[in-house]
Every structure is written in structure tokens, then in C-alpha cells.
Design a protein around this ligand. Structure first.
Ligand code: 26V
Length: 832
């Protein structure tokens, strides 16, 4: 970073040397700061303040306590010039900030007491915060966990992303069907962000390229862009847990530049000028709510280029010392690509080095191949992003040329190694034909120093099935880093009861050293501890019950086994399989074959958003709600089965649902879920898992042991074998009477007022298409669910297994994931 500019006079002033000191962490001090913020920043008196004023003033106060450390850390990262991570992610699913920041800064108690002293209910203020939902699901939440761990572990790093004005849509149900509402999370203002319009970067698009050759015959290319926007950075504090560190998350907002407007304005067309402004600012307007099938939309590519171009320029302009020799970049930075969304950073980096900084192509390419690494988060072929060449060429003509050259030289190397094997060449080409498009995962693989999957099984399948030619061509490039979750948010904050119990048993260090949870194994054998542990679970159910009553008017029976499936709605995740289990139970009762009083009382909780354009997923949501309203109201069920589907599942709700769960549903078709991270959160909170041998479930089961995990379903090789043989779902339907009755009940219109047409597409999809083999795994799922019922009958044994789940899943801390990234990919030691 260039030295911070300040006038000599200012620099010598004593206050500039110690720019801010944290206010005193006493209750009185906190009250004073809070009232000062309320009066001077919000401009209101306590007596006339609204809850939002008080929330904002509280947030400002917390910020003030973190500020000195933040400024110090920014200065230190520039001074040290140590190697650091630039995490490039189009999504950060942060969740609420207030509690997290209070916890990190050790201010929870002081703030609570200070609010009491002011006659304020701090809980009411907590509820004011609208969570920044700047992500779709697992990938975005993973990025949020990672920046928490990076700060907590003092790794020099910065997160870069997009400040969407509208995050993931707010889901409502109308007649049981999903309706999307815009998530205007910024309406009341966000106290956590610091805009820096003066540090805006210009981001160019469109136009054409021109070649010039100088006297020495050296050809240079100039990009003559057609238009540009400004990228304005918004900084967010990322405090480490109890270590006094505060890292930065920098999210970019698109703003029309004056120059851009004026040109049109001068031509006399005011309306056109305003339209152009809107056009430019659309870039950071909304998060795309698709999370598996790329739509190939131009605006999405604009978003991607917009944020990576701004981030690279920001890093090169502001994080490097003025005399930095770019040849040394690999010792200074690693850009981690969170899936393919930021991969356009690769040709952008080449363009900057070659066209702007005058570096030779080969030297630039050698540096690039050391400065990037790529994480893949999927196995679904349809989720791998490709960009049509014509679209890319129109928006980023120079980048397309660069990609072509990268590909050309790469394919030459492939020919050298494997000869003129045209099939292989075609399969490995970064450019695919018909329609001509750029395979972003291939580009990332060729450019990246490392490529990693997100769980052992996923990484293995990535090498063997998705990118086998590349694995052969680049020995050692592929590696695994199993995902993790932050124990600060998902245990300590979400489950204070359990956290207290753990600290009582093991002392306080576990929050930053989660393997210490192992120490709980011994406590699993202690009857008194089991009683306390069970009480915590019960208390968590009561808390959830209050939340659901307040939020949705639901009644939750705390005596029920709480069976939870929360995740994006996707056919591969198989919410339909869960539903078939519920319908099977219900059908057993209403047909009279099963005595209602003999059924283990269960409440099924679903939480799931469907991509707005994903019709089948939306039909499944409708069906879950329809089954819920029939089952919940049928007196024959005697209240022993309940289906609750609170709308708008988000991080805030997850923090209440997960600690209360008894059973975690992780039932994807083997080989389809890259990792899962919800599965880890549930296990760490003492839920037992019913799951397939998929993603990180495999590692969870290995760790907790077969006795403490409900395994069912085909393995990935069995799935492959059944496909190879020719899978006919109707045969499974014919062969299993329970399955037949469940499907027939849905088909009969029992959940749609007798209208058989409503769910016909769901039924025929299962019977004749069933790409995710729901019917093939049905019988084994039902059998395993019977074991769950039986196991839950012995509460004490269940609690023991539950404690063992907590004790043995410390591996899934995102701190461990980050350590693996450091050891295997980044080589960025923590700083002192
Ligand atoms: C893909 C796309 C495709 C284009 C449209 C927008 C969009 C947005 C997100 C994605 C990524 C989908 C991949 C994803 O979220 N994968 C999940 O990543 C988790 C963290 O590694 C992992 O636990 C889940 O198993 C995996 O599904």
C-alpha cells in the first residue's frame, strides 16, 4: 500500500500517532458512548428515540470499541508486506452482525448492563437488525465463516465481494406457494459499513481492442472500452474472536460516473442520462438467486467482472508499497477463487500485468499461475459456468483475446504431452463448441496453482469424474480442503446453553481450538452431565418454540422428536424423499394400518428457498405446505405428526433451529452434494444425522462412529452402477407397497382438495424421470427412520450419542479448514 497520505503537520500531532483509543470497557463508559452516538450521530434524544435509533447507536458504539484495532491492523498489513489472502467471492452470507461483534470484542456483558442502565431491552435492539443476506446458501455462508476464521487466526487477508442492494429474496407463502419479495436490507441504513467514494475504481466495459507495433517490432494491445462505471468500496469490520484483530471485508457498489452521465447530458438528452445512470448502477443492484443452474445473463457477467477488476486494482494500488516489484507478487498474495464466479479475474490480472504494466506475456503468465487458486463447490455438470464467446467478446473484448491465447498455449502443451489426440484436446479445451463458450472451471484449473474440492469424497470425484484429464496433466495440482463452520457463531452465539455447559466441563479454550471438544467423550458417560445436556436441548426447543410462535404463529410441541431439513430446495438434495417418509407415516395412520398412539411423535421442520425460475422446486415447496396443512389438521393423527415450514429460512432462523434439532436430514443422492455445511452445524449442536454416504457426511460418520449416525441409501459407486444398468423408477414403485401407497395418495389429490392435476408433475417426475433416484433409496430410508424412532425411545442413550456427536466433530471448525488452506495452498503464516 502506498504510504497513507497525511500532511506533516497532522502526522506530528499527538492524536495522529495514537489516532483512537478504545473507549473504556466499563458500563458507565459504554453508556456515555452510547448516548453520545444516539445524540450526535442519530440526532435524537433517548426519550424520543425509535428502536432503530437505539439499535444504530448501539452498533456505532460497538464499532467505536473496535475502531482502534481496525485502523492498526490496516496499517500493519500494509507495513508488514507479508503474504496475504485475497478471498474473491461473489457471495457473503453474513447473518446478523451485532452479537458477533459484541462477542468478538468481549463487550456482550458490558453492553447488556449498559442497556439495562438506560432502561433498554437489548433483545429488542437485536431484533432490529436486518441480516445482510448477500448469498444464496452454502457457498456464501462458507465465505462468511472463512473470513471469521481468518481474522481469529490473524492471517493477513481481505475479503472482496459485491455490496448488493438487494440480497437473497424474502420468501413468503401464498396458498402454500413461494412468492418472492425484494430484500431491501439497506432501507433503514447499515451501521456496519464504511463507504469510501474517494477510493472508487473505474471499471471499463465493451469497446474494442487496437494493436500497435513499435520500432522494435514489439506488439502491444490497447483496449479501447466503450463505457465504464465506478466501483465504490464499502468496508466492513471483521473482528477476530478475543484476539484484538479486525480484518476487512470490502464490498463494491456500482455507481454511475459523472463523466459517463455528462457526455450524454451534454448531448441534451436528460432522460437518456438518467437511464444510463440506472443502467450502470444495476450492476450491484441484486444478488442472483439461482444457485445451481447458471442463466448466462449478461448482467451477471458484468457483476463478476466488476467486482474482481475493482478488487485486483484495489490490491495493486493500495496494498502494495510504492516500490513493489511485481515479479514478487507470488510471495505477496494469493487470490482464492470461490467457485467460478470470480474466474474472470484471471484474464483481468493478465491484462493488467501485460497491457498496463508492460510485462512480458510469459512472465505474467508464470506469476498468474502462482497467484491464483480455485475452489470448486459442485459436481452437477449443469452448475459449471460457461460464458458464450459472443457475449464475452462484446462485454470484455480484450479478455476474450487473452483467454484465447491462454487456451492456445495450454493446448499446445497438451499436444506436446499427449500427441495429437483430438478428442482429448477437444475435451480439455477452455473453449467449447456449439455454442462457442468459455468453460470457466477449466480456465480456473489451468490458471490456478491449486484446485480444491470441499470434502474428501467431492475432491476425489472432482479428480476422477469431472476433471480427470486435468488431474493427469497437472500432477499434484488437485487437493482437498474439507469445509468447516465457525464455532463462534454456530455454537457459542447460537447455542449459549451448550456453550456454557462445554466451558463448565472443559474450560474456555474450545472456541478457538475445537478439537478440545474431544474432552466431552468422557462426560458422555456421566449421567448427571447427560441430564444437563438434555436440559439444554429442551431449553433450545422452548426458545425455538417462542420464535416460531412469534414469527409465524406456529405451535411447536417440545416433547416431539424434532426432525429438521433446512437447505436450498433442490431435487438432488431430495426434499421429496423426506416428504415421502412423512406421507408414508400419515398414510399408515389414516388407512388404519398403524395405531396413531403407537407413532413416535415427531415434528418435521423444513426451511428452503427455491430459485424463482426453478418450477419443480417450487412445486415441491407447494407440496410440502399442502401435506403440512392436511397432516397438521387431521384429527386421526392425534397431533403426533406435525409439519412446519417457516418461510424465509435464513442465517438468523438457522441460529435458532439448529440448536433445537434432534435429527439432521442430510439425504442427498450420493455423489451430488459437494460437502454440505449445515450437516456440520447440526452435529456440533448435538443433533444426530440421518444421511447418505455423500459430501462431508462421510467424514462426519467416520468421526462420530456408525453407532451414532443413521446411514442409509446407495453409495456413489452403487448409484453409478444402477445408472449403468438402466434405472427404472417405476419398478421400485411397483415393488414396494409402502412407496406405492404414498405416491398414490399424493396422486389422488388428497393434498390438493381432490385436484389430481396440481401435483401430477411431481408424481410423474418421480415415476418416469427421477434423476436423483428418490425411489431407489426410499425403502432403505424408511427402514433407517424406523431405527431413529426406536433409538429416540431410549432418551438417555440418545443423549449419549448426541454428546458424542458434539465431542467428535471439532474437526469441522472453519479454523481447521483455514489451517488446511494455509498448509496446502496459501502458505500464508499468521502474523504476530
Ligand atoms: C452457482 C451458481 C451458478 C450460476 C448462478 C448463480 C450461482 C450461484 C452459486 C452457485 C454455487 C453453487 C454451488 C454451491 O453453493 N455449492 C455448495 O457449496 C457449499 C460450500 O462448499 C457446499 O457445502 C455444498 O455442498 C455445495 O452445494
Amino acid at each position: 500500500m502506498s504510504a497513507q497520505e497525511s500532511t506533516p503537520a497532522a502526522a506530528s500531532h499527538p492524536l495522529a500517532l495514537a489516532p483512537v483509543a478504545a473507549p473504556p470497557a466499563s458500563v458507565d463508559g459504554f453508556v456515555r458512548e452510547f448516548l453520545r452516538n444516539l445524540n450526535f450521530e442519530r440526532g435524537v434524544a433517548l426519550s424520543s428515540s425509535a428502536p432503530n435509533d437505539r439499535y444504530m447507536a448501539l452498533a456505532y458504539t460497538v464499532r467505536d470499541y473496535l475502531m482502534a484495532r481496525w485502523l492498526e491492523d490496516q496499517a500493519r498489513q500494509r507495513e508488514l508486506q507479508a503474504k496475504g489472502v485475497c478471498y474473491l467471492s461473489a457471495e457473503y452470507l453474513l447473518g446478523r452482525q451485532l452479537d458477533n461483534n459484541l462477542l468478538a470484542a468481549r463487550l456482550t456483558e458490558v453492553a447488556t448492563e449498559a442497556m439495562v442502565a438506560c432502561g433498554i431491552d437489548i433483545d429488542e435492539l437485536r431484533q432490529q437488525e436486518v441480516e445482510p443476506g448477500l448469498g444464496n446458501g452454502g457457498l456464501g455462508r462458507l465465505a462468511a465463516c472463512f473470513i471469521d476464521s481468518l481474522a481469529t487466526m490473524s492471517v493477513p487477508s481481505i475479503g472482496y465481494g459485491i455490496r448488493y442492494e438487494y440480497g437473497i429474496f424474502r420468501q413468503t407463502f401464498v396458498d402454500g406457494q413461494q412468492v418472492e419479495q425484494p430484500d431491501a436490507w439497506l432501507t433503514l441504513g447499515s451501521p456496519w459499513e464504511f463507504p469510501h467514494p474517494e477510493a472508487a475504481q473505474k471499471i471499463f466495459f465493451g469497446g474494442h481492442t487496437e494493436k500497435t507495433t513499435d520500432e522494435q517490432g514489439v506488439e502491444t494491445t490497447t483496449w479501447v472500452p466503450g463505457w465504464h462505471v465506478l466501483a465504490v468500496p464499502y468496508n466492513y469490520m471483521v473482528p477476530g474472536y478475543h484476539n484484538g484483530r479486525v480484518n476487512t471485508l470490502r464490498l463494491w457498489r456500482a455507481v454511475a460516473s459523472n463523466a459517463f452521465d455528462l457526455r450524454i447530458f451534454n448531448s441534451g438528452d436528460y432522460e437518456e442520462a438518467v437511464r444510463a445512470q440506472t443502467f450502470a448502477e444495476n450492476i450491484s443492484k441484486v444478488l442472483y438467486p439461482e444457485d445451481s443452474t447458471p442463466q448466462g445473463k449478461e448482467l451477471r457477467l458484468q457483476q463478476q467482472y466488476f467486482f474482481v477488476a475493482a478488487s485486483i486494482a484495489d490490491f495493486l494500488d493500495h496494498q502494495l508499497s510504492a516500490d513493489f516489484d511485481l515479479e514478487n507478487l507470488p510471495e505477496r498474495v494469493i487470490f482464492q477463487l470461490n467457485d467460478t464466479h470470480p474466474v474472470i479475474a484471471v484474464p483481468e490480472f493478465m491484462r493488467v500485468l501485460v497491457d498496463e504494466r508492460g510485462m512480458e506475456w510469459d512472465a505474467a503468465w508464470a506469476i498468474t499461475q502462482k497467484c491464483f487458486a480455485y475452489t470448486c463447490h459442485t459436481l452437477l455438470p449443469e452448475a459449471l459456468e460457461v460464458w458464450p464467446v459472443d457475449l464475452l467478446g462484446r462485454l470484455l473484448p480484450r479478455h476474450l483475446e487473452i483467454i484465447y491465447r491462454i487456451n492456445e498455449e495450454f493446448l499446445l502443451e497438451v499436444r506436446e504431452r499427449f500427441g495429437d489426440d483430438e478428442l482429448r484436446i477437444r475435451n480439455m479445451s477452455i473453449i467449447s463448441e456449439n455454442p462457442r463458450s468459455v468453460r470457466m472451471a477449466y480456465l480456473a484449473t489451468v490458471a490456478g496453482a491449486k484446485v480444491n474440492g470441499v470434502a474428501e469424497l467431492h475432491s476425489q470425484l472432482l479428480r476422477e469424474k469431472v476433471l480427470p484429464d486435468f488431474d493427469e496433466f497437472y500432477p499434484g495440482k488437485f487437493t482437498n480442503v474439507t469445509n468447516g463452520v465457525t464455532p463462534r457463531r454456530f455454537v457459542r452465539l447460537a447455542n449459549p446453553g451448550l456453550a456454557g455447559l462445554i466451558t463448565e466441563a472443559l474450560g474456555a479454550g474450545w472456541t478457538v481450538d475445537l478439537e478440545r471438544l474431544r474432552g466431552l467423550e468422557a462426560f458422555a458417560e456421566d449421567p448427571e452431565f447427560r441430564v444437563k445436556f438434555a436440559e439444554v436441548k429442551r431449553a433450545n426447543k422452548r426458545i425455538l418454540s417462542d420464535v416460531l410462535r412469534e414469527r409465524d404463529g406456529f405451535v411447536l410441541n417440545e416433547d416431539h422428536l424434532l426432525d429438521v431439513m433446512v437447505k436450498r430446495l433442490h431435487e438432488y438434495k431430495r426434499q421429496m424423499l423426506k416428504l415421502l417418509h412423512i406421507v408414508t407415516e400419515y398414510e399408515g395412520i389414516v388407512s388404519g394400518r398403524v395405531e396413531a398412539s403407537s407413532v413416535q411423535p415427531r415434528t418435521f421442520i423444513f426451511g428452503a428457498k427455491a430459485a424463482p425460475g426453478y418450477a419443480m422446486a417450487k412445486r415441491i415447496i407447494h407440496l410440502i405446505n399442502a401435506v403440512g396443512s392436511v397432516v397438521n389438521d387431521d384429527p386421526r393423527v392425534e397431533g403426533r405428526l406435525k409439519v412446519l415450514f417457516p418461510p424465509n429460512y435464513n442465517v438468523t432462523l438457522a441460529e435458532r433451529v439448529i440448536p433445537a434439532a434432534d435429527l439432521s436430514e442430510q439425504i442427498s443422492l450420493a455423489g451430488k452434494e459437494a460437502s454440505g455445511t449445515g450437516n456440520m452445524k447440526f452435529a456440533l449442536n448435538g443433533a444426530l444425522t440421518i444421511g447418505t454416504d455423500d459430501g462431508a457426511n462421510v467424514e462426519i460418520r467416520e468421526l462420530v462412529g456408525d453407532d451414532n449416525f443413521f446411514l442409509f441409501g446407495m453409495t456413489e459407486p452403487e448409484v453409478e452402477a444402477l445408472w449403468a444398468k438402466g434405472y427404472k423408477p417405476a419398478e421400485f414403485y411397483q415393488a414396494d407397497s409402502g412407496l406405492r401407497r404414498a405416491i398414490d395418495l399424493i396422486a389422488s389429490g388428497a393434498f390438493s382438495d381432490g385436484d389430481r392435476s396440481v401435483f401430477e408433475p411431481v408424481v410423474s417426475n418421480l415415476l418416469y424421470d427421477d434423476r436423483f433416484m428418490v425411489l431407489a433409496d426410499y425403502s432403505s430410508y424408511i427402514a433407517e427412520q424406523a431405527k431413529v424412532d426406536a433409538a429416540y425411545g431410549d432418551q438417555d442413550a440418545w443423549t449419549r450419542a448426541s454428546i458424542l456427536n458434539v465431542a467428535r466433530t471439532g474437526f469441522f471448525s472453519s479454523d481447521r479448514s483455514i489451517r488446511d488452506y494455509i498448509d496446502r495452498i496459501w502458505h500464508t503464516p499468521p502474523i504476530l
